[in-house]
Design a binder for this molecule. Structure first.
Ligand code: SAM
Length: 246
């Protein structure tokens, strides 16, 4: 399924409202992961990036890219949406990094170009993983790492479309996860645990860790309603994969 044109249209359309609502929280501090803004200092997924060649897949307004550039990484942010890239340009400030328009499905970079490829609900949530993961692996050097955060199958299976939030009732078939329709042909993507393992290993990557970010009770979800409010303290809402190319 080619969701590139529809996802580009979707993100161009919602970029302004999305950034007005979420940018203050995403960019509040450097290195905040996911729906609950958990600090990387606590999750320890990314490590030192000083002097490293880093690619953010689906960088949005570049909150992460900006932070890593400020730490001394050579960062490229790639995104499908020109509206999101415009937002990144406006927010770029003194910490320079490169911005490129492109799709995670067909990355416009040579093989072995990066030491670290990463994203937080970016290209690996919005491009078919069986296409995007091999692309990420291709542009990594040997020993380079692919680290990314996505929604968990638990979260997706318990998402109640009508109520607009997550509950304790299973709504979607676990084995039916795949392309999640986001309207007008746009799609996000969700795999089962087994399919993630097969896609990552199939691209030649070694899985070093699967971090399941666990917010403390009372930590707000910046994006979705959950019932109960401490849902993500009790069940994993996100999967933070840590892999490398041997
Ligand atoms: C939820 S944002 C992630 C960026 C940032 N971490 C954030 O939380 O706002 C998703 C981003 O993925 C981009 N995107 C969607 N489909 C893409 C694709 N196929 N390839 C690359 N980027 C894509 C969107 O334009 C959007 O900027």
């Amino acid at each position: 399924m080619d969701s590139i044109p529809a996802n580009r249209r979707l993100w161009n359309r919602i970029s302004g409202a999305y950034q007005r609502r979420h940018d203050p929280r995403i960019g509040a501090e450097p290195r905040l992961w996911g729906m609950y803004s958990l600090p990387d200092a606590r999750l320890r997924a990314l490590g030192d990036v000083t002097g490293k060649r880093v690619l953010e897949l689906g960088c949005g307004a570049g909150q992460w890219s900006r932070s890593l550039a400020a730490e001394g990484a050579h960062v490229v942010g790639v995104d499908l949406s020109e509206a999101q890239l415009d937002a990144a340009v406006r927010a770029r400030g003194a910490d320079r990094y490169w911005l490129v328009q492109g799709a995670a499905e067909r990355l416009p970079f040579a093989a072995d170009s990066f030491d670290l490829v990463f994203c937080d609900f970016g290209g690996l949530s919005w491009a078919p993983p069986h296409l995007a993961v091999p692309q990420a692996a291709r542009v990594l050097r040997r020993g380079g790492r692919l680290v990314f955060n996505v929604a968990s199958p638990w979260f997706e299976a318990c998402y109640d479309e009508a109520a607009g939030g997550v509950t304790t009732t299973l709504r979607q078939d676990y084995f039916g996860l795949g392309a999640v329709a986001e309207g007008d042909g746009a799609a996000s993507y969700q795999l089962t645990y087994g399919d993630w393992v097969r896609v990552l290993r199939g691209a030649g990557l070694v899985i070093d860790d699967l971090i399941e970010p666990r917010p403390d009770p009372g930590t707000p979800n910046g994006y979705n309603r959950t019932e109960p409010t401490d849902w993500a303290h009790r069940w994993p809402a996100e999967l933070l994969w840590v892999t490398h190319k041997p």
